[in-house]
Design a protein. Structure first.
Length: 348
């Protein structure tokens, strides 16, 4: 063999080896080895799975951002902006863009649902204290008193100054039904800006998936069996680039004399919502809307809830009724796998 030919073959071999090595490395970076992380933030367990060489950095930045949002909006952190508003009724409180945006959206959903979704629910949440060691069934007159203060129309928002004022002493804001949705969208922004193509985020039932799994299949997201605590899945839904947000009676509750009292309260009765649903899952692109909608529809019930759904484009839902019926919106019928025969598929 001539020397030139030998050199040619050697160069070719080196090239092939380099290409194979790079391909393997890419595969390792993009695919086979995800980074998993779990922490406790915003009053819930936060899980992330991120694929990519910069996964750890993406996770760190996401958790930092979530902590920032929690510090702005938590009702249990005394220095939060929401706590400041709650403890200074009658005063214009300047807030930053995150809190303002979330409050704006919360009031928008309060208007859409005639106050069933109600960011001024604070006094009632405090009275029931569900999910804390002080949880109890309040007396009828205590409920009546608290309800007098649950009025979202007494929240004054000034778009120019970005200030918030509560009109009445004793009122208080609670963004527990919407802040996690906003936060999940913020995590998505961080993940996408870092050019990660595949990730899974779960903020205590607010699930968000970015792209598809590295093997090209959709993410399979489990739907909780509402008769049990976390961990029992009764269906799974195949999704790419979507959020799935569930509101359910099983998330936070206590039992007294055989009755379950859960954390989603009906501002018209003052009691846990009893609309015929055990859970409501919203499937769409933005978690912010999905979070507000899942709580709203859970309180409104199947008939009114589906009416509301029709007003909003690009939103799918899976509702579970008290008799274990499943109602699916038409856009996701083919993507849902029901894994438990106790549940029966009903029409819309
Ligand atoms: P979610 O799990 O998103 O459905 O939100 C439930 C949380 O929202 C509760 O733990 C309360 O903090 C708050 N909440 C309860 N009832 C209402 C309501 N009617 N409107 C808005 N937020 C509520
Ligand atoms: Mg919600």
């Amino acid at each position: 063999m001539k020397v030139a030919k030998k050199i040619y073959i050697a160069v070719l071999l080196i090239l092939v080896m380099m290409i194979t090595f790079t391909a393997c490395q890419n595969k390792r970076e993009n695919g086979t080895h995800p980074k998993d992380a779990t922490t406790f933030l915003m009053g819930t367990v936060v899980q992330m799975r991120v694929y990519g060489s910069n996964a750890q950095e993406v996770i760190d930045n996401s958790f930092t951002r979530l902590r920032e949002i929690e510090n702005e909006m938590s009702t249990t952190i005394v220095s939060s902006e929401i706590s400041r508003i709650n403890t200074h009724p009658g005063e214009d409180i300047k807030v930053n863009a995150d809190t303002y945006r979330v409050l704006k959206k919360a009031v928008e959903y309060a208007n859409l649902t005639n106050g069933k979704f109600n960011p001024a629910i604070g006094p009632l949440v405090k009275l029931w204290s569900i999910g804390t060691e002080n949880a109890r069934v309040p007396a009828e007159d205590e409920i009546k008193e608290a309800l007098k203060l649950v009025n979202y129309q007494w929240i004054d928002l000034d778009d120019e100054q970005m200030t918030v004022m509560l009109e009445k002493q004793g009122m208080s804001l609670d963004l527990g039904a919407i802040a996690k949705g906003y936060a999940a969208d913020e995590v998505r922004r961080i993940v996408k800006n870092s050019r990660v193509e595949s990730a899974y985020v779960n903020l205590g039932g607010n699930v968000l998936v970015i792209g598809e799994k590295p093997d090209g299949t959709p993410w399979k997201v489990g739907i909780q069996d509402p008769r049990h605590n976390r961990g029992n899945v009764m269906a799974s839904i195949d999704v790419r680039d979507k959020t799935l947000v569930t509101s359910g009676n099983y998330e936070r509750y206590f039992e007294k004399d055989g009755v379950i009292y859960h954390h989603i309260l009906d501002p018209d009765t003052g009691y846990p919502a009893d609309s015929g649903l055990l859970s409501c899952t919203i499937i769409t692109t933005d978690s912010f809307d999905a979070d507000a909608l899942s709580t709203s529809i859970f309180i409104l019930g199947p008939a009114k809830g589906l009416e509301l759904l029709e007003e909003i484009d690009g939103v799918e839902a899976m509702l579970i009724t008290k008799d274990l019926g499943i109602i699916l919106s038409s856009g996701i019928e083919g993507q849902v796998d029901i894994l438990n025969d106790d549940f029966q598929l009903n029409g819309m």
